[in-house]
Design a protein around this ligand. Sequence first.
Ligand code: NA7
Length: 295
Amino acid sequence: MNVSVLGLGQMGSAIAERLVGAGHDVSVWNRSTGKADALVAMGAFLLRDPAEAWDRSDVCITMVADSRALADLALAAEGGLARAVQGKGKTLIDMSTVSETVSRDVAAEAGSSGVGYLRAPVSGNPGVVRAGNLTIVASGEEEVFTSSQGLLRDIGPHVFYAGAGDAARVIKLALNLMVAGTAELLAECIALAESHDVRRDTLLEIVGASAVASPLVKYKIGPLLADDYESTFSSRLMRKDLDLVLESAAAGGVPLPITAVVHQLLQACISTGLGELDFMSLLIRLQREAGQATT
Ligand code: NA7
């Protein structure tokens, strides 16, 4: 299939690699230069600008940082992807984590120009994508999902259809509040144990074999043993996701007290220079507060 991938950050690059590996004819674009080089070397075509995506492909995937970025790409007065002049047969799949508000604006534009629009946010980091284990939650018109699901399965095997509209956005946010909360609890588990001189490798071996050993906890054990906080997903982006969670909770009239605290703790990470590290840098923040810090 001819498919374009716009946004070659950590996730977009990994997704484009999967599609090239699956034999698709992949075109790519990124706002800043350089990030496409590895993909072009693998055989991807480098687009001059986002609008060129519709000249080369019937399906265009966006994977960008936030709501503003999606609005810039999809709703731009000139060349906005949701405003393709000849949209018939074209499908826009957005895999970013963005607000329901922007997503609805994109849906309205796409609908009025005949572009099919699927919301397909993901759960997983770039390593999970490359391992072929990504979870994708899609929503939108069922026929758009049906025609896109083969492509989505080439990105990740766990593809769910959540229904019409922006259901997938809500589910993704609900999942991410669990991810962020789990990271803080794991940090607290380690800080407590180390305050009593328990070895981290001993602790994490036991945690990893226990009832709380979710796949997420298991992914984090290796980096935590190495004190490696290279970002799989940054504290900055995780706080951005929790901004959206709290916005969505306010709209739904639901108090989320734990999430509100974790949101503030991620902000503290960002304010103290940890924003570009992995969200597991919640542990560094806690160690500093506990007087355990080595960094
Ligand atoms: P990264 O690695 O921070 O990548 C973000 C991407 O978004 C990157 O390609 C950026 O381009 C792009 N971006 C940011 N702002 C814009 C605007 N205004 N216009 C076009 N492109 C933009 O994030 P991840 O890949 O880890 O995460 C992506 C999404 O998945 C995010 O929603 C997460 O919540 C989940 P740049 O290279 O900076 O020019």
